[in-house]
Design a protein around this ligand. Sequence first.
Ligand SMILES: [Zn+2]
Ligand SMILES: [Zn+2]
Length: 543
Amino acid sequence: MFLGGAGEIGKNMLAVEYGNDIIIVDAGSMFPGEDLPGIDLILPDITYLLQNKHKIKAVILTHGHEDHIGGLPYLLNEINAPVYGSRMTLALVELKLKEYRNIKPKMITVKEGQSIKAGVFGVEFIYVNHSIAGAFAISVTTPVGVWLHTGDFKVDYTSVEGKTTDLTRLAELGKQGVLVMTADSTNVELEGYTMSETNVGRSLDVVFAQHKDKRMFTATFASNTYRLQQLVDLANKYGRKIAFSGRSMVNVSEVAAKIGELKINKDIIVPLEKIKNYKDSELLILSTGSQGEPFSALTRMAAGNFKGVTLGANDAIIISASAIPGNEKAVLGVIDNLYKQGCEVIYDALTEVHVSGHAKREELKLMHALVKPKYFVPAHGEYRMLKKHTELAVALGMEERNTLIPEIGMVIEVTKNSLKANGTVPSGRRLVDGLGFGDMESVVLRDRKQLAEDGLCIVMLGINRASGELVSGPDIITRGLMYANENSVSQEARKIVIDTIENLQLKESEWSIVKEAVKRNLSNHFDKKTKRRPMILTFILES
Ligand SMILES: [Zn+2]
Ligand SMILES: [Zn+2]
């Protein structure tokens, strides 16, 4: 069953159940869009897992991207099961769990080619190329047959790590018979093959050669160890020191270097505070912020408020990543700001300084041809991508009734001879605000939406407790509701408050009635005049 990651890209989470055993595959998170103001993180609903806690035998992680491990702390807070993943994946999990001291799961490092047992299930880890080291596809042996889950993958024959997605093993499994396959659909709409990561290295090399005198910056995902490795190699080649900027860049590069996934000589690293001791031509600054995140190093540098780094005409900035859907506007905003600072900006649309970590159509065809599953369920994609991916499977010879487009919460029942949707489990999303989370969708979010869309109106008035007469005010303050010069609306609002109170013929201390009446009448007034219904707060001073 899909608890996340179907019909969306993000918060991937699958669970497979047989008899008294469940294994969970990935526990991702997703960043909220603009419809959820103030929310930091979205997680899958795990009600079903909590109801079946006793059955859970393992949490299997395909790789260390946020959309696959971001929700893990919250899952492990409530569920105690061993966690399996590659060295890189678990190193990133450990980094994440540092913030949650009470969570100490049993973590088991696995290598490609290795198999483990979890209840009735056998899980084999298969090497795949992706935009992070230590990514796996998994082959899960169940009593009814084999489930192959590609995880996020691409096929890179000339990869930085010198290894290619284990096509041989996939073909063997295909030959032995795979009952059902779930596969990455991210790039199903794109023709051809995803360009090799080493091509990016060559493009970057050209950029470095053209900018020998400039100070260079690159923004990329800290977890893209292959990209970092190529940048480190280029820094070596062109005699530049490296400064890491941004918390995740500093932390992740350190972890990756420690476990050998990033080969970097300590002498080449300089702390960001020391860069003023070097000439522009001697520096490469590796920064976070490729997604235009508001508090990231690059975003703040571009806006001119990052301590210690002032950008200028002698800076060349490479954005070596593409915007995740939803972040485009933020990224373009950062690029605009960089240009305003006088920098040169090199980004995807201009040069090939980035490739995707996901398979395009030709690679997907190869996967289908090798694995030859009996049933197919597309994964990791928005609805149209899932649809396109099933169409691709059908074009490759699969019968349409042997495919199924998943939805979050849908229970997919697979037997030796059937694939069908069979009911649902509780599903949806859990929202995280800061470090806590709960059922916030209702009140808090409604307030935030109202504040964001309709503004705020504060009414202050003094009322005589005994007579119920207005003795001071009303003073009306509005924020985000109308322009300052629209004084007449404000004047009318004052009059409405005065009339409201006079008409009420108040008895002693019926302040809640005052508040309700003021709110109702003002709300109608603003709606008529400004087409807005601001949040109205009334403060009454008794005298
Ligand atoms: Zn990924
Ligand atoms: Zn992913």
